[in-house]
Each structure stands twice: as structure tokens, then as C-alpha cells.
Design a protein around this ligand. Sequence first.
Ligand code: AMP
Ligand code: MN
Ligand code: MN
Ligand code: MN
Length: 278
Amino acid sequence: MSIDLHCHSTISDGELTPEEVVQRAHANGCTMLALTDHDHTGGLAAARKQAELCGIQLINGVEISVSWRGRTIHIVGLNIAPEDELLQTLLLRLRSGRLQRLQAIASKLEKKGIRGAYEGTLAQATNIDMVTRTHIADFLVNSGHVNKKADAFRKYLADGKSCSVRHQWAELTEVVAAIRHAGGIAVIAHPMRYELSATARRNLFSEFKACGGVAIEVHSGRSGLNDRLNYALMAQQFGFLASCGSDFHRDGDFGGGLLGCCPELPPICVPVWHHLTD
Ligand code: AMP
Ligand code: MN
Ligand code: MN
Ligand code: MN
């Protein structure tokens, strides 16, 4: 049994179509998969058709961008009803904010002598209303300004770098409320990736719990045994269910693991998948 509850397709910033994601996960031995594109549920119907063909259990998912105390945090919704209007209104708002952010980043790049980033990035995006920093990085590579995507983040786009902008995503409470309204379970994505002090992390976990969040990812991508043990203990302390996800975007990706494959969770964990249905 192999479970992966976090991955991306071409609907957001992944390189495989939703159908290819399901096929690849199945080929890698996955039995339960959640497709969790950023701020978008547009891949779920196609993924479900393919999952029925392959005989793999598909969980409807989404990864929603949140601003919490000036930082970007990601919240995964599992088992959501994609047709839920409150959820879709929130996702639509987040996606239109992405175009404004692109404009702001493009004008910072222009000041560095890099012209045409707005149009150039839109030309890279398969989904014009879903522009991520990965697409801006693609533009910077394809226009010869950097050699590889990682350099685009290191030089310009990563948080705090010269062309990053502070963007206001959604509030933690409204995101958890929208996921619950859509019948879903809210999960803190990759908690080991945020640079938080122990106190800030406790505050995040407590606030998340107080507004109805129920799980954290105890494993994400290529994180190791130490992280799994630490976050399993924290899940136990806070009474959270445990989730796991590859965060796969493409082969050889930054931080992402093998699609469809996650290591077993420490035995103290209460797995979130006992609460999921397809
Ligand atoms: P956005 O949601 O548009 O800010 O885009 C963030 C996406 O960029 C993440 O979901 C990752 O897929 C990718 N990303 C973030 N940081 C890096 C990095 N340092 N190197 C490569 N990709 C990154
Ligand atoms: Mn991404
Ligand atoms: Mn994320
Ligand atoms: Mn992700």
C-alpha cells in the first residue's frame, strides 16, 4: 500500500497532465492519491476518470495559499467537494491576485533590466489564470537570463530576494472554513519547510486547530526520518491526524519526492486516510 496525498499537475505548476499524474502514480505502486493543485480544482474531473480506468483511489484535493503573520503558508484540503461555491469563490479570488502579483514582480524584474516578463510568463502558463513563480522562473530560463530554474529562485524570486513581492493571500481562518464548508479536511502542508521559531510554530498549530484544522503533513517530499519523527510527535501533542505527500511537480524537482510514494509514518501517528473516502 502506497499513499500520496499531495501532488501537482499542469493545472498549476506541475509538468504532467492530471491523467499523466494518475498513470504515473499508479505505475509507481500508489493505491491512494490526492491531486492538490495550487488554488485550483480544475484537474480533478480528468484525474478521476483516469483513476477509475487504473483502479486507484483518487481523493479530491487542493493546496491553498495563506498569509499568516506576514508569511506564506500552504493549507491542503482533502476530500473537498469541488463544486462548493464558497470554496470556488475563494480560489477565484486567489487566482486573480496572482495576475496582480505577476505584474508587480515583472516591474521589479524590469528595473533589473529584464523586460517583457509579464507577457513572457503568461506565454509559458498552460492556465492563464494560474500563474505561479515557477512559470516566471521558466520565462527567466527560456529567455536566457538564468541557466536553470533554481537560479531564478535564488537570484530573483525566492522570498526576500531582489524581485520577490509580499503578497496578501487568504486568511488562515477563511481557508479552513472554506475547506470545511466544502466537506473537506484541512491539513498544514509541509510544516518542516517554513522557517518558524518553535514558538511561532506552536502558535500556527494552535490557531489552525482552533479554527477547525485537523491534520499536518508528517512527511513531505524528500524530507527525512528526523522530520517524520519530530512532526509525528508534534501531531500527537496537538491531537492532529497525520498526512503524507510527495509534493511532486516534475522529475528532479526542488523538494519534491517520487510521485505516488511516501515512506511509512511512525507508528504513533493516526493516519488521515482513515477519514477519507473517494
Ligand atoms: P507561488 O505559489 O506562485 O508563490 O509559487 C510557489 C511555487 O514555486 C512552489 O509551489 C514551488 O513549486 C516553487 N518554488 C518555491 N520555491 C522554490 C525554489 N526555491 N526553487 C524551486 N521552486 C520553488
Ligand atoms: Mn508548486
Ligand atoms: Mn506548498
Ligand atoms: Mn505542493
